[in-house]
Design a protein around this ligand. Structure first.
Ligand code: GAP
Length: 453
């Protein structure tokens, strides 16, 4: 079972500290959210799982963490200054603004239903900011609209500083910014978000095969994070809807509470980006037309070791939204169950590696020195195993603690009671089955480690 409505998720996220409207106390800003104590742990765990699978578990990738502020020259050559636009429509009656493709009801304003709308005009989605102390418009930067451009501009640096040869990939996670006209559906479409992007460089001619490889690999990864395969859809993007850089894109859609939409896109960007950032003085056989305008001074190309000719690699790009991943996984893990005929519980049945809290240690009696000290020691020992955050709950209300930890997805709760002082064992309660068993303190580390494997 997933959540029935977006409201159920929004309410849980606020109540339990996953997500808050940003600038809340001053009325908030649309399209911006803050990750609270549970949200930040959950989001970091998701990013860590991606990094592990994209960098640590592979032998053909490197990582990067580049700056967010981007030179306009980079975004000119990438095509973003000219083409990164949405069609914008104004309602003359109520003065609201809409994306033309979101006027669901026969060209009527979704707010006041007026038909008095302007013609669509292009609206660039990039945020600009001044660089340096004088804001005279001559020196500015863009907040990057996608994380990958700095991967392309660092291509030569990474080649020169590692021993990589084609095929290989560069992975990066981090913030991206888009001045969305109509941010909506909670954290699905926001103005500040995070992406997890891999740019995988391949020899032209091998690109179609690598593209299929990455589409399947990425679906497999989302399934491993806990999304049911039947809730993921492979959607071929229509030719007339492809981004300016793409030869072919397959979207991985997820059935969100508001409907089926894109969770991740896997694009074949050809030699568009490396080509457009390469100086137009080299004689390459490239398919994209972009080089003719380039003012770059670099040669983002590699030499074929057998044929000795130089070529610009093609790029396969799996690009996932962290926030959309958070929303999809929260939805997927959401359950409502009857505990008995009078009581219900909500739980997040998250995979343990993603849970914000891995274990809660609960002394049966609040402030009882012996129980609390022993609980602290157990907590500290489990924390040292480095599997994620472990908390001590010194409130004395076991029932309330179980409810709270069910709702934030804590896989196990450990209760330290008076018997513990005698038999040196604790009660371990499993989140999903609610079954309880006694485990000796001596074996707790092994038990805990096995649980997370
Ligand atoms: N570098 C390619 C690229 O940026 P994209 O399809 O525009 O492609 C990739 O974005 C992913 O980033 C999307 O699949 C989505 O998960 C996420 N994303 C894009 N815009 C977003 C927004 N306004 N809010 C939240 N996530 C967004």
């Amino acid at each position: 079972m997933t959540a029935q409505t977006m409201e159920e998720l929004v309410s849980l996220c606020k109540r339990r500290g996953f997500l808050f409207q940003s600038n809340d106390i001053y009325g908030g800003i649309k399209g911006l959210y803050d990750y609270g104590p549970m949200g930040v742990e959950f989001k970091n765990n998701l990013k860590q799982a991606w990094w592990k699978s994209m960098v640590y578990e592979r032998d053909d990738t490197e990582g990067l963490d580049a700056s967010i502020l981007s030179s306009p020259v980079v975004l000119k050559h990438s095509g973003h200054e000219d083409t990164f636009t949405d069609p914008l429509v104004d309602c003359r009656a109520c003065k609201s603004r809409w994306r033309a493709d979101q006027l669901f009801e026969n060209n009527k304003c979704p707010n006041c239903k007026s038909e008095d709308l302007t013609e669509p005009r292009p609206f660039n989605l990039m945020f600009k900011t001044a660089i340096g102390p004088v804001d005279d418009g001559s020196s500015f930067a863009y907040l990057r609209p996608e994380t990958c451009q700095q991967i392309f501009t660092n291509f030569k640096n990474i080649l020169d500083s590692t021993s990589r040869t084609i095929p290989f990939g560069i992975a990066q996670m981090g913030k991206a910014f888009r001045n969305e006209i109509t941010p909506r559906n909670f954290i699905f479409r926001v103005r500040e978000f995070e992406q997890m992007e891999l740019e995988f460089f391949v020899k032209p001619g091998t690109d179609d095969e690598w593209h299929e490889y990455w589409i399947n690999k990425r679906i497999e990864w989302w399934v491993n994070q806990g999304i049911k395969k039947e809730n993921l859809k492979k959607i071929e993007v229509e030719k007339n809807e492809l981004a300016h850089y793409s030869k072919r894109t397959v979207d991985i859609n997820y059935v969100f509470p508001h409907g089926e939409e894109e969770l991740e896109g896997v694009a074949n960007r050809t030699d568009f980006d490396l080509g457009s950032h390469t100086k137009n003085q080299y004689d390459f056989k490239i398919t994209s037309e972009v080089m003719k305008n380039s003012s770059s001074t670099t040669k983002l190309a590699v030499q074929d070791l057998e044929e000795k000719n130089w070529y610009i690699p093609y790029v396969i790009e799996p690009s996932a939204g962290v926030d959309r991943g958070v929303l999809a996984l929260l939805n997927e893990a959401y359950r409502e169950e009857n505990v008995d005929k009078d009581n219900k519980r909500i739980l997040l049945s998250l995979k343990p590696h993603l849970s914000p809290i891995k274990a809660a240690v609960i002394p049966l009696k609040k402030n009882n020195e012996e129980l609390v000290n022993l609980s602290k020691e157990i907590k500290s020992n489990l924390q040292k195993l480095g599997l994620g955050r472990v908390v001590l709950e010194n409130s004395g209300n076991i029932g309330k603690n179980y409810r709270r930890h069910d709702e934030i997805g804590t896989p196990i709760c450990l209760t330290v009671d008076f018997e513990t002082l005698e038999d040196k064992s604790v009660t371990v309660r499993d989140r999903d089955t609610m079954k309880q068993e006694r485990v000796s303190i001596e074996n707790l580390s092994e038990y805990y480690k096995k649980y997370f494997n």
